[in-house]
Design a protein around this ligand. Structure first.
Ligand SMILES: [Zn+2]
Ligand SMILES: [Zn+2]
Length: 323
C-alpha cells in the first residue's frame, strides 16, 4: 500500500485532499470543501473523512459525500475537532429521511477532544438519529489498523483545528533471489510468513516453507526485507504562533509528503495573523525543520488572482522541494 494524494480543487480553491490507498480499493478524504463538481463515484471508496474544522470552505462538501454514499451499505468514519458531532448532526438534521431502506450508509462520528475520542453512530436505517456514544482514551491516535495509522495535532485557528499525520506500516518484501538460491518455491506460505512477522509472533514459531520445517525467526532473517512505509502530513488553517509551529513540526516529522497551507505571502503577514493562517514562507520553514521530503502548498488566498508563483518562490527560499 502507498498513498496516492490528489487535491480536488485548484490551489486557491476549498480544501479537499483525496488520498487513495494503492491496491486497496479504498480512499481517505482530508477536509471536504466545495467538491460537488466531482462525480459521486469518486467518493465511493472513501471510508474515512478527516475534518480539520468546520469552516464552510472545509466542510460544505459533506453533503456531497453523504449523497455519494447514501444508498451504499458501508460505514463512513468521520474524525474531527471538538464540536464535530454537533456539526454533523446539524447537517443530517437538515433533510427529510422517510424513504431510506436498511441498506444504507452509517456515519460514525469520532470527535477528538483532549486525547479522548467520543464515537457516535448516525445510521440511515435510524433516519440518522444519533445512537449511543462511546468514549475511549486515544492520545493523539485516531485510527490504528494493521497497515495504517492516523494521528492528529490540535492547532489554534481561533477555533480548534486538527492537523493529520497518516502513516503506512512498514512494507515487508520477500527477497526472491535468496528464496530461489535456497531451493524454495514461492507459495501461500509466504503470505503466512509475512503475516506472522507483521504480528511480531514468537521467532520460535514453526513455519512450513514450501513443505519444509523452519522457525519463523530463521526464515524472516533470511527472506523478509523491511522498508519504511510512507508518511503523509496535512496541515491547514492555523495561526503562525510559536506553539502551533512546534506542534506542526512534531506532527510532520520525516513525512514523505507534507501538504501545508500557504494562504498568504510574508508581505501580507498582517492579514495572515488577522485571519489565523500561515504564510508560504512559514510553510517552507516548517517543511525544512520537520525534515520532510517534499512540500505541496495549498489553500492560497484568492487575493493573488491565481498567480501563485510568488507563494511557491517564497516557500522555496526556505525549502527546495516545493511542488
Ligand atoms: Zn480554510
Ligand atoms: Zn478556517
Amino acid at each position: 500500500m502507498s498513498f496516492l494524494p490528489q487535491l480536488l480543487n485548484p490551489r486557491d480553491g476549498d480544501a479537499a485532499l483525496l488520498v487513495a490507498l494503492k491496491g486497496q480499493g479504498r480512499a481517505l478524504l482530508l477536509d471536504c470543501g466545495q467538491i460537488a463538481h466531482h462525480r459521486r463515484e469518486l467518493f465511493h471508496p472513501v471510508t474515512d473523512l478527516f475534518v480539520s474544522h468546520a469552516h464552510i470552505d472545509h466542510f460544505t462538501g459533506f453533503d456531497h459525500i453523504l449523497r455519494s454514499l447514501l444508498t451504499r451499505r458501508q460505514t463512513l468514519r468521520v474524525y474531527g475537532p471538538p464540536g464535530i458531532t454537533e456539526r454533523v448532526a446539524a447537517k443530517l438534521g437538515g433533510y427529510t429521511w422517510n424513504l431510506l431502506g436498511a441498506e444504507a450508509v452509517t456515519i460514525l462520528v469520532n470527535e477528538w477532544a483532549n486525547g479522548s475520542i467520543t464515537t457516535t453512530p448516525f445510521a440511515a436505517a435510524d433516519c440518522f438519529m444519533p445512537g449511543p456514544s462511546a468514549v475511549c482514551e486515544a492520545g493523539n491516535l485516531l485510527l490504528a489498523e494493521e497497515l495504517l495509522t492516523a494521528r492528529c495535532a490540535l492547532l489554534n485557528h481561533r477555533t480548534p483545528s486538527l492537523a493529520f499525520r497518516l502513516e503506512e506500516a512498514d512494507h515487508l518484501r520477500i527477497d526472491t533471489e535468496t528464496l530461489i538460491a535456497g531451493g524454495l518455491k514461492p507459495g501461500p506460505w509466504l503470505g503466512r510468513l509475512k503475516r506472522l512477522v507483521r504480528e511480531g509472533a514468537d521467532p520460535e514459531t514453526p513455519v512450513a516453507a514450501d513443505g519444509k520445517p523452519f522457525s519463523l525467526g530463521d526464515l524472516a532473517e533470511r527472506l523478509v526485507r523491511r522498508e519504511r512505509g510512507e508518511i503523509l502530513a496535512y496541515v491547514t488553517d492555523a495561526r503562525g504562533s510559536r506553539e502551533n509551529l512546534a506542534k506542526i513540526i512534531a506532527l510532520a516529522r520525516g513525512a514523505d509528503h507534507f501538504f501545508c497551507e500557504g494562504m498568504f505571502l510574508e508581505a501580507d503577514r498582517e492579514r495572515a495573523d488577522a485571519s489565523a493562517h500561515l504564510t508560504a514562507r512559514q510553510a517552507g520553514r516548517l517543511a525544512r525543520e520537520a525534515g520532510v521530503k517534499r512540500l505541496t502548498i495549498f489553500h492560497a488566498s484568492r487575493r493573488y488572482g491565481g498567480n501563485h508563483a510568488p507563494l511557491l518562490e517564497e516557500a522555496r527560499t526556505e525549502f527546495a522541494k516545493v511542488e
